[in-house]
Design a protein around this ligand. Structure first.
Ligand code: FE2
Length: 618
């Protein structure tokens, strides 16, 4: 037996993953336990979860694998500083103490955290190798082209190559500072959203804009070649030498300083979002074609933060040269922990690999689970009134009835998701047909900018009837965007068209019903799809089937179980707190059903404020 612990830490989204004899036993992000979003600290609690799940002690570990090479990264920081010295001193001086203290003494940090009994050797993999391993090894493919795209690892920002059997080989790379991820982050920053988390918002903003700045970006910021290679003109950026992403030359190019976070979003920000999105899609299609040509592979696997761009992924699958694409759901650096452990098992220890049809990611349900008895103990402890479903059918019947009454339901089931998206284990769900569902969920639960529609979960076998996705394809990890099919779209009146074009309040635009499932349809008719099947999540598939039987619509709205700025809930306690702190109507904790109407003591305004105030806006 070999137990391999993968660790990613000290940048953002620290995580741990445990692979035992090739089986992905557990994986989780540290933020879920510390309740600090994108927590970059050493993932002690995530490691504890992994070991507990496997019934192992730290001393049982055979290898500990760190997801990147700290000294190579240090070398990149140092060389970048030297290239820009003395300009870059401030950012260099800020990064160095962290590096000296934690990253260059990593083996010591890891041993201290795990305890003296740990004798396992500590191995370091390359950052993009970790991404690549996380994409290929769990995938259902015997062989595939591999493409990794992110901000930056040690030096690489883009790599590609081939995975075959139990080996991956990356043959091409593009290096820092030329980075598709950092370019996207620069525009994210310029539009007033947070780097490393606001990229997803920018993608959601894009459908409101027109890509009027696309040519300007291609002319000045990025030289995108036909073969998918690219160069950035660094005279517009500040991330090598400063503490910001962009500089005054960049701001002059677009005619204004960066937008202040939380200030009004103007049409030019939407146009910029549409423009950088269009550039990213062009780049990914070009790289995709090149990778296909060079490798001759029919399938593609992807990871790295840019692979979370589900709009580009959807286009690559529909318009690109590959028959099928599999994307690691924890595509960002958290997934590096999993990739690092898998790399050690297959590539370093040379163990055989047999792909399985569904994939080996287990629906990405790799976090902690709580038994019904744990849930009851907790609920009894806090004196909550609840109903315990007598059977699976009873549970599903009751929840379907509540959903039909347009109730907003907190759905807490089984093991927590690994990766940034809630995939039906820690989700808030609702009826997508309801015209007010989108506004209600945004205002009552998420307390966030509401220009983004929610994502649909749909039965896999029904997905192609509602969305433009080939019946051979699936999107189990919400990583593909597909258009709502014509027959489900709704005509828009002239007055509505006027609002959609010009209303400065984007909530008014997004609230105009575009289809028979308005809560999950964006203004351009696109939807961020998660397909649900009996292999990965039988209870959720059962719920969708029952809802479909009752309503003719096997689709639900799915959004992450949290409030704005809060990490997705992990424990029944987190979920209960979120239930009380918001206007969620129903909470389903495993087989216990709680109704807000039954909560005797309503949370007073001050307590709610306090709950919400502990999370920094993201
Ligand atoms: Fe990365």
């Amino acid at each position: 037996m070999a137990a391999i612990l993968g660790v990613s830490a000290f940048y953002h989204d620290s995580a741990a993953a445990l692979v035992v004899d090739g089986d992905i036993v557990a994986a989780a992000q540290e933020e879920r336990f510390t309740r600090k979003k994108h927590d970059p600290g050493f993932p002690s609690l995530a490691i504890q979860h992994c070991l507990r799940q496997a019934g192992l002690k730290p001393s049982d570990l055979d290898y500990v694998v760190f997801y990147e090479k700290p000294l190579r990264k240090f070398e990149r920081l140092l060389e970048t500083y030297l290239a820009f010295a003395p300009q870059g001193f401030k950012s260099f001086a800020m990064a160095i103490p962290v590096w000296l203290k934690e990253k260059t003494h990593l083996p010591k940090v890891i041993r201290q955290s795990l305890g003296d009994s740990v004798k396992a050797p500590i191995v370091f993999t390359d950052h993009h190798e970790s991404h690549a391993a996380s994409a290929f090894f769990p995938s259902p493919f015997e062989e595939a082209a591999i493409l990794t795209l992110d901000g930056v690892g040690e030096w690489n920002t883009t790599t590609y190559g081939i995975g075959r059997g139990n080996r991956i080989e990356l043959t091409r790379q593009i290096q820092f500072p030329h980075s598709l991820g950092l370019l996207y982050s620069a525009v994210t920053y310029y539009c007033g959203f947070k780097v490393n988390s606001g990229e997803y918002k920018l993608m959601g903003l894009a459908p409101y804009g027109r890509p009027v700045y696309k040519d300007l970006i291609l002319k000045h910021l990025i030289d995108l070649r036909h073969d998918g290679s690219f160069w950035l003109d660094m005279s517009y950026f500040n991330y090598c030498q400063g503490l910001t992403m962009t500089n005054s030359r960049f701001h002059d190019l677009f005619g204004a300083p960066p937008r202040n976070p939380e200030s009004d979003i103007e049409q030019r920000h939407m146009d910029l979002a549409a423009s950088i999105q269009a550039v990213t899609e062009d780049a990914m299609l070009a790289i995709g074609r090149q990778v296909h040509q060079e490798t001759g592979m029919k399938k593609l696997v992807m990871a790295g933060g840019v692979a979370l761009n589900c709009v580009a992924n959807g286009r690559l699958l529909r318009e690109g040269p590959f028959d099928d694409i599999w994307i690691q759901p924890a595509a960002g650096d958290a997934g590096g922990a999993l990739g690092a452990a898998l790399f050690a098992w297959y590539q370093l220890l040379e163990n055989p690999r047999t792909p399985v049809k569904v994939d080996r990611q287990k629906g990405s349900y790799l976090g902690p689970r709580f038994q019904s008895t744990d849930v009851q103990k907790f609920l009894d402890g806090v004196g909550a009134k609840y109903h315990r479903a007598s059977s699976e059918n009873d549970l599903i019947d009751r929840v379907v009835s509540l959903l039909e009454q347009e109730k907003i339901v907190g759905w807490f089931q089984g093991r927590m998701e690994f990766g940034p998206r809630a995939l039906g284990a820690r989700s808030i769900i609702g009826d997508p047909r309801s015209p007010k569902m989108q506004a209600n969920m945004n205002l009552k639960i998420k307390f966030r900018e509401s220009f983004r529609p929610f994502a649909p979960i749909v039965l896999r076998d029904e997905a192609h009837k509602w969305f433009g996705i080939d019946p051979r394809h699936e999107s189990p990890y919400m990583l593909l965007v597909a258009p709502v099919r014509d027959e489900h779209r709704m005509p828009v009146t002239d007055a509505q068209r006027e609002i959609m074009k010009n209303d400065p309040d984007l909530r008014n635009r997004v609230n105009i019903p575009r289809s028979s499932i308005p809560a999950v349809t964006h203004v351009d008719y696109s939807a961020r799809l998660q397909t649900v099947d009996d292999d990965r999540n039988p209870r959720l598939a059962g719920l969708l089937r029952a809802f479909g039987r009752r309503t003719g619509c096997p689709i639900l709205v799915n959004t992450s179980f949290n409030v704005r700025g809060e990490p997705i809930v992990c424990t029944p306690e987190d979920a209960y707190r979120c239930f009380l702190g918001t206007e969620m109507d129903v909470l389903v904790l495993e087989d216990a059903i709680l109704l807000k109407d039954d909560v005797a003591e309503k949370l007073d305004a001050a307590t709610r404020e306090k709950y919400l105030a502990q999370f920094q806006l993201d």
